[in-house]
Each structure stands twice: as structure tokens, then as C-alpha cells.
Ligand binder design. Structure first.
Ligand SMILES: Nc1nc2c(ncn2[C@@H]2O[C@H](COP(=O)(O)OP(=O)(O)OP(=O)(O)O)[C@@H](O)[C@H]2O)c(=O)[nH]1
Ligand SMILES: [Zn+2]
Length: 209
């Protein structure tokens, strides 16, 4: 982070645009924005049902984007174990909720993760925690898929990694083209999953079954 910064409403804004957030200050600033949004959709933010809505909405948005404040090494928490297991490991159908960075509406679905160990295995829940870190941000599905692959690859240095993501985008379902049943599939293959057809086929077969 750069040394030069200004303090705006309790948050440090660095010269290069980076922000160091103070949670209370952020909540207040965001709640004020939501109050304006309520007015602009034609609502009265002072009516009883909406009195606490700006604060609730701000907290909800901070929850939906909590991945910005998480580090992969913290969520893995050292749960990498030496094991002489050289067969594919797959955890499939890991549910995720994310937010489309273009419209700030949800997209959600399932992630399947496979890897070929290279004498190291990862605590199974940590694969789901890695998904949480990257899905709880403003995202496009393609980048989220790649970031999950890179994190698993970096943590374990396995012989290969495969990621498949299937998602419904509310920006395509409830607005815009309104294609209610459309699903977007993305995949990223690294190492053996990219170079070895058999490994890739096995992963796709098991992930689909
Ligand atoms: N590749 C990709 N595109 C996305 C994702 N989420 C949303 N989009 C797309 O981002 C595009 C933004 O297009 P724009 O034309 O700028 O926005 P828009 O007028 O709201 O577009 P429509 O959704 O077609 O109404 C749309 O085509 C969305 O479908 C994503 O995860 N990956
Ligand atoms: Zn969108």
C-alpha cells in the first residue's frame, strides 16, 4: 500500500485507490448510500418497515463480499497432509453464492474440484473454504473458476487440478434476456488435467455422476 492517503469518512483512501476499511465507518457510509437508493426507487426510508433496512443491506453486502478480507493461507490453516495417495481426489457439488460484478446481482450454483495429489492432500473442507474466499466477492464466473484452480494448485503443487462450475446468473434470469433455465458452465484444467485426455475424461465422468 502506498504511504500517501486521505481519510474519508473514517476509511483510509490511498493514492493508488486502495482502501483500508474501518468496518464501522464503511457500514455507516454504505447505509447512507442505501438510504439514497431507497429514495431513488420511490420509497420512503423513514417508514417503519424500512427504518433499519439501510444498515441491514450494508451488512448483507459486506457478508456477500467478505472474501476480500480472507487469505487462502488462513482458511487452509495448515491442513495439508503428507500422504502416499496418487489417485484423483474429487469434491463435487460445492454450493456457492457470488455476485455478478456487472449488475451486482447474485449468481449461484455448484463447483466441482478435482486434483491428482503429489504426496500432499488437503483437508476436504478446505476445498469448500477456498470456494467461499473467491465466490464471496464481485466476480465473473470465468475468473472465479480460474482463481479457485490457481489457489488449489499453489497450495498443494499437485500433478493436476480440474475445476468445473455450473451457475445461474440472476442478471440473465430475472432481468435482461430473462432466460430462466439458462446455466453457464466454465472449467479450468491445469497440469495432467490439461495434458492427459484420460485424466480429464475421468474427472468429467466422476464430476457428472
Ligand atoms: N462472461 C461473463 N459475462 C457475464 C457474467 N456475468 C454477467 N455477464 C454479462 O455481462 C454483460 C454486460 O453487458 P452490457 O451490455 O454491458 O450490460 P446490459 O445492457 O445490462 O446487458 P444485458 O444483460 O444483455 O441486458 C452481459 O452480457 C452479462 O450477461 C460472467 O460471469 N461472465
Ligand atoms: Zn450480471
Amino acid at each position: 500500500m502506498s504511504e500517501k492517503y486521505q481519510v474519508v469518512n473514517g476509511n483510509k483512501i490511498h493514492e493508488n485507490g486502495d482502501r483500508e476499511q474501518n468496518d464501522d465507518a464503511s457500514l455507516k457510509e454504505m447505509a447512507d448510500c442505501y438510504r439514497l437508493i431507497l429514495q431513488n426507487v420511490g420509497e420512503n426510508p423513514k417508514r417503519e418497515g424500512l427504518l433499519k433496512t439501510p444498515e441491514r443491506a450494508a451488512k448483507a453486502l459486506l457478508f456477500f463480499t467478505k472474501g476480500y478480507h480472507q487469505k487462502i493461507s488462513d482458511v487452509i490453516n495448515g491442513a495439508i497432509f503428507t500422504e502416499n495417495h496418487d489417485e484423483m481426489v474429487i469434491v463435487k457439488d460445492i454450493e456457492f453464492f457470488s455476485m455478478c460484478e456487472h449488475h451486482l446481482v447474485p449468481f449461484f450454483g455448484k463447483v466441482s474440484i478435482g486434483y491428482l495429489p503429489n504426496n500432499k492432500i488437503l483437508g476436504l473442507s478446505k476445498l469448500a473454504r477456498i470456494v467461499e474466499v473467491f465466490s464471496r466477492r464481485l466476480q465473473v464466473q470465468e475468473r472465479m473458476t480460474k482463481e479457485i484452480a490457481e489457489a488449489v494448485d499453489e497450495a498443494l503443487k499437485p500433478l493436476g487440478v480440474g475445476i468445473i462450475v455450473s451457475a445461474s446468473h440472476m442478471c440473465m434470469v430475472s432481468r435482461g434476456v430473462q432466460k430462466i433455465n439458462s446455466k453457464t458452465l466454465t472449467s479450468v484444467m491445469v497440469g495432467e488435467f490439461r495434458t492427459n485426455q484420460k485424466t480429464r475424461d475421468e474427472f468429467f465422468r466422476l464430476a457428472r455422476s
